[in-house]
Design a protein around this ligand. Structure first.
Ligand code: PFF
Length: 465
């Protein structure tokens, strides 16, 4: 969800000075943080990466990365943000010793948010297009050629690709400019449980299809021969992308946390809830992939070609598929609002542009930078940098380089610069909580385990060692 001015309880004076009064309830904190974490990452990216990288073994590495890297970095971000009560750049400026450039983590985070939006808006565009397609005609079919045909017609058409991306940009930009994020977020809070229930229903259908067993095996029986340095990096990158960490978004959220919020508990809940949505999406998709004879390594199209087949074999599927894509669009919008807020806040607070101008400028830049991603399946499918289309390059550079490097430096900052005493007072809420064991475990992991793991996986995955 967004760090929208009202929702996050921020009051701005006419001069743009920020006075923070934070979330009013602990449930509000959880819902807002989850709103940023849950999105296309769970429903689109997790399943397709699992399919491309061999199933259960990939999931296992992803879960380990979430526990040993994702959770500690998320706790660190919440903790630093709440201590400094400022945006990512300012937080690191205030907390770091003078003249040490740790604030660069926040600056790199702005670039990440921008590049993520450049391809995320395209995938969201596909989701929006599928709502429209589901409303105007049947897209349900259990025939892989048919469902991939619908997807390819859309994704390989330059005009459709650009227009749907612009529709998404216009919707998200309008929500921010009209200041109605608060309403959207309230709706999101109520609708996310509905998405959860719908996913469970899809899982039940998928799991009871003839031949679903192969899909369950794919999800549960690890084949470690599928793992390589590159696969480990992709799994770790997914952990960063999923939890919206390594780029300062969660520092900003932490800055609105309440004084008595139990940070390790909150972060663990967010991590577990987010993980369950991803696993549910996997359970909804893979049994059907195998039952209908689709190919698990279809890549980014996997969600769009499989889901119509599951609904095709469900009573009232034509109606439920509309709900499914509407709810997915809402989850994606929540995540995009939190991403948009990063460049908009910087333009607003650092360069003094009004929020409307800052939003318009961000939208304009995204039309330019997003177009090469939107056209990666059509006009620009042959245009490659580092052997990747621009869509893949934005995705790869953010999840597998920028966010892990950001997370590495955050862990190093907390473990080696900020130090145990500050961590202890911050995470025990200045002694109010009796959670010294948890703090010690966290500190050991963030000081030694996280940096070593991230460094090794980065060096190995990027073929440096
Ligand atoms: N976590 C979001 C998802 O999984 O869809 C994507 C995301 C949102 C990444 C916000 C980073 C971010 F700051």
């Amino acid at each position: 969800m967004t760090s929208d001015t009202q929702e996050m309880g921020v009051k701005r004076s006419a001069k743009g000075l920020v006075a923070r009064d934070g979330f009013s309830t602990s449930l509000g904190v959880l819902a807002a943080t989850l709103g940023s974490a849950v999105g296309l990452g769970n429903i689109w990216k997790f399943p397709y990466l699992t399919g491309e990288n061999g199933g259960a073994a990939f999931i296992l590495v992803y879960v380990i990365a979430t526990l040993l890297v994702g959770l500690p970095v998320m706790i660190s971000e919440h903790m630093l943000g709440r201590r400094a009560r400022a945006d990512a750049i300012q937080t690191l400026r205030v907390l770091a010793p003078k003249r040490q450039p740790w604030w660069l983590i926040g600056a790199a985070g702005c670039l990440s948010a921008f590049l993520i939006l450049a391809f995320y808006t395209e995938v969201a565009g596909w989701v929006f297009a599928y709502i429209f397609k589901a409303l105007t005609g049947s897209i349900l079919s259990t025939d892989p050629t048919q469902t991939s045909g619908v997807f390819n017609d859309m994704a390989t058409d330059p005009a459709q690709s650009l227009i749907w991306q612009w529709v998404v940009l216009a919707v998200v930009g309008a929500i921010i400019m009209l200041g109605v994020s608060k309403g959207i977020e309230r709706a999101t809070k109520r609708l996310m449980p509905v998405l959860f229930v719908l996913l469970i229903a899809v899982c039940v259908r998928s799991l009871t299809l003839d031949g679903a067993g192969e899909g369950v095996k794919f999800l549960l029986r690890p084949d470690f021969s599928k793992l390589s340095g590159e696969v480990l990096l992709v799994a770790m990158g997914l952990a960063f992308f999923k939890l919206s960490i390594g780029m300062g978004t969660m520092i900003t959220y932490g800055s609105y946390f309440r004084r008595n919020q139990n940070i390790p508990v909150t972060a663990s809940r967010v991590m577990l809830a987010d993980l369950s949505v991803s696993l549910l999406a996997g359970m909804a998709i893979f049994p059907a992939v195998f039952a209908f004879g689709f190919s698990p390594d279809a890549g980014p199209s996997l969600l769009f070609i499989t889901i119509p087949a599951v609904f095709a074999s469900m009573p009232l599927g034509e109606v439920f598929i509309i709900f499914f894509f509407v709810l997915t669009a809402i989850a994606a919008t929540g995540a995009m609002l939190s991403l948009f807020e990063v460049p908009v806040a910087v333009l607003n607070e650092q360069l003094g542009l009004s929020r409307v101008k800052a939003t318009l400028l961000t939208m304009g830049l995204l039309v330019l930078v997003g177009a090469p991603a939107a056209l990666s399946n059509s006009t620009l499918d042959d245009f490659k940098l580092f052997d990747k289309t621009m869509f893949d390059l934005y995705d790869y550079a953010t999840s597998n380089i920028l966010m892990p490097v950001g997370g590495l430096f955050l862990a190093l900052f907390v473990g080696w610069v900020w130090g145990y005493d500050q961590v202890k007072s911050a995470l025990s809420n200045d002694g109010a909580l009796r959670n010294e064991r948890v703090i010690r475990a966290f500190f050991g992991v963030v000081k030694f385990v996280t940096p070593v793991l991230v460094t090794l996986v980065l060096l190995d995955g990027l073929n440096i060692i």
